[in-house]
Ligand binder design. Sequence first.
Ligand code: R5P
Length: 300
Amino acid sequence: MNPFLFALPDNDVLASTLAKKLGFEKGRVVSRRFPDGETYVRFEEAVADREIILFCSLNTPDDKILPLYFLAETARDLGAKKIGLVAPYLAYMRQDIRFKEGEGVTSRYFSKFISNTFDWLVTVDPHLHRYHSLNEIYSIPNRIVHAANIIAQWIQAQIKKPLLIGPDSESEQWVSDVAKQAQAPYIILQKIRHGDNHVDVSIPAVEKWKAHTPVLIDDIISTGHTMMETIGHLKKAKMPQPVCIGVHGIFSDNAYENLRNAGAQKIVTCNTLFHSSNAIDVTDALAAVVKQLQKEEKIS
Ligand code: R5P
């Protein structure tokens, strides 16, 4: 029997598309707060003897992990077989080192929590910087959807003479891959982060690219400061207004509006997090990877 897919609140649109593409049944869960702030969860369909997939993109993760944990525990309690997690955006990947004495390396603690709660994990382009593979911190079977090819297709179809720009050395892995597949030139900048809302970016000579459309590419757009700082330099160099592409558009606070006001010609994201900027669809690739994992790990 096919797995039963359940979406956590705010994940319905993407989860329904995925369920349809996979031919899986989509069930309903209730997850809400009691008046005292505690979490209530309930499966509205019987889950006994079924493979279960919980679908939840993990931006603002602290609000989501307890409902997720309670739902996974409830499913096990009610006799579900394996319980998988599809999290198009995987949180806590950026805290991959103790930057300052006394800090927690929360990527490790978070991965331990997810690995203890679920039987497998599928995600889209996690922020692998100092870790080279999810297997360094996750102990459950996992698969990654790479969006480079899908982003490259979008760029080829939508942008004339693109110059791809990666804001920091971490982005080179994505940008070089997208550039190769889109057959476009690329440059990588140097970034120094001084705090959550303060980054400096240095830009190499870009004058020779004036006839190109700058396309900034990053895996995550959170406060937008990395992209805004880059846009500032491009303006000084009298480059055309850039297109900004993020795999995961978190857009904390007013990041989207700020980025528009800073001079982004267009802001485009993959639909790993539901947002009006979603223009690059990763659901076909997500469905293919879930199917492949099912087959390889003999799930269902
Ligand atoms: C950095 O480690 C990531 O690849 C992104 O550059 C970063 O998350 C962007 O953050 P923000 O939008 O807050 O500058």
